[in-house]
Design a protein around this ligand. Structure first.
Ligand SMILES: CC(C)(COP(=O)(O)OP(=O)(O)OC[C@H]1O[C@@H](n2cnc3c(N)ncnc32)[C@H](O)[C@@H]1OP(=O)(O)O)[C@@H](O)C(=O)NCCC(=O)NCCS
Length: 398
């Protein structure tokens, strides 16, 4: 029986994220090829890890059909050139898919059953529109288990605006605008590029190379945002400017236990402290990260004040604002989403959890005075997921 181990986040990479749809850069690229590309890139930059020592591969997708079907962890591993002795499987917790890949395989490391694993996710929302082919049980509505708004994420965001009138559209717009500006600044400073694996593209115009996120709108202004339609409700508050866009992309991370870290001479970027998932009413799914974070903090014996860096998935600005408001954190607190978030970068559902971890790990390296960080996100049908991480660069002074 293996000994229990610390769960170390060794490395993580992602493809540049593309705008979903016919005009998006990945329209002619298969979803599984996005994962494969990221997986090859991750193994190439970690040559010390023998491929045949990868104990398992978990890849998440929300819509597990077509090029996102067929047990992605297994198919992607074979396509990425891992030996056929390496097993793999697929995971689904909608938006928290990749996060659940990490917590599931990380738990296996902690238990002592795995030494090295690959955990990630993909969503090609162009080829697999949200809810496509789904057949929700009619009991959900006939027995009023959930309200009609529960299955439309934008409507759930409008509901959070209803609940917290102090969190105005203007505050949501401002949060959306700042996300765009922060991502632009992070790109200009070269913060995000090191963890992107370029993807070759084929279109009618010929071959190309995706090297950066496609959905960014650095020129965003409050005046521009004020004019946008509110697609989820007449005279609503949620717009394309304060919501994450429909996105294509993939992420993969490499996790290892302490013995494997020693054996292969790895330099882990962070240690998993603990995690929590929680459920809330599906009509207000965006509040999910509040109880999941409270749960994770409780298990870790930490308080919110111990968290020095936050990577919160910006499914909708209002949903992040409700989290910040709950914990008494300012809308523009510099600890939160330093390099912007999903409103500007995009949110390819089941891929996003590992993007948060990649960015947190890179910020940890720049902030040795910070000991703990949080990655958290909301999940469709009323859930939240939170993972607390410890900075391996912590200098012990804070
Ligand atoms: C909000 C949403 C419906 C918008 O979709 P869309 O209309 O296809 O989005 P677009 O990118 O075409 O933007 C709509 C318009 O707003 C404009 N716009 C978007 N962001 C802008 C910005 N930051 N500044 C100025 N204009 C902006 C676009 O230019 C476009 O204008 P046009 O109609 O004149 O071309 C879609 O992004 C969505 O559903 N998001 C949520 C996804 C989701 O639920 N994820 C799961 C979370 S749990």
């Amino acid at each position: 029986m293996g000994d229990s181990a610390d769960v170390m986040f060794v490395d993580g990479v992602r493809t540049p994220f593309g705008r979903a749809g016919e005009k998006g850069m990945y329209w002619n690229t298969r979803a599984d090829d996005l994962v494969v590309k990221a997986m090859i890139g991750l193994m190439e930059r970690n040559p010390n890890v023998p491929k045949d020592r990868v104990d398992d591969v978990a890849i998440a997708a929300t819509t597990q059909q077509g090029d996102q079907g067929l047990t992605l962890g297994r198919t992607a591993a074979i396509l990425a050139g891992l030996p056929k002795s390496v097993p793999g499987f697929a995971i689904d917790r909608m938006c928290a898919g990749a996060m659940t890949s990490v917590t599931t395989l990380g738990s296996g490391i902690g238990f002592g059953a795995y030494d090295v694993v690959l955990a990630g996710g993909v969503e090609h929302m162009g080829r697999h529109p949200m809810g496509f082919g789904a057949d929700p049980n009619p009991r959900f509505l006939s027995e009023r288990l959930v309200g009609e708004d529960a299955l439309n994420m934008g409507k759930t965001a409008e509901r959070i605006h209803d609940r917290f009138p102090a969190l105005t559209k203007e505050r949501s717009d401002r949060f959306g605008m700042l996300s765009q500006h922060k991502v632009a600044a992070a790109y200009a400073a070269g913060k995000l590029q090191p963890d992107l694996i370029p993807v070759a593209l084929r279109s009618e115009a010929g071959w190309g190379l995706a090297t950066q996120d496609e959905g960014m709108r650095p020129e965003t202004t409050m005046e521009g945002l004020a004019t946008l339609r509110t697609p989820f409700r007449p005279h609503g508050r949620v717009t394309a400017g304060n919501a994450s866009p429909l996105t294509d992309g993939a992420t993969v991370s490499l996790l290892a236990g302490n013995d494997a870290v020693k054996e292969f001479g790895l330099k882990p970027k962070m240690r998993m402290v603990t995690f929590g998932f929680a459920g809330v009413d599906p009509e207000i799914m965006g509040l999910g990260p509040i109880p999941s974070t409270e749960k994770a903090l409780r298990k870790a014996g930490l308080s919110i004040d111990d968290i020095g860096l936050f990577e919160l998935n910006e499914a909708f600005a209002i949903q992040v604002l409700s989290f910040l408001d709950h914990f008494g954190i300012d809308d523009d607190d510099p600890r939160v989403n330093q390099w912007g978030g999903a409103i500007a970068i995009g949110h390819p559902l089941a891929a996003s959890g590992v993007r948060l971890m990649i960015q947190l790990a890179a910020q940890f390296a720049e902030h040795p005075e910070v000991r703990y960080g949080l990655t958290a996100m909301c999940v469709g049908l009323g859930q939240g997921g939170s993972v607390i991480w410890e900075n391996t660069n912590w200098n012990g002074k804070a």
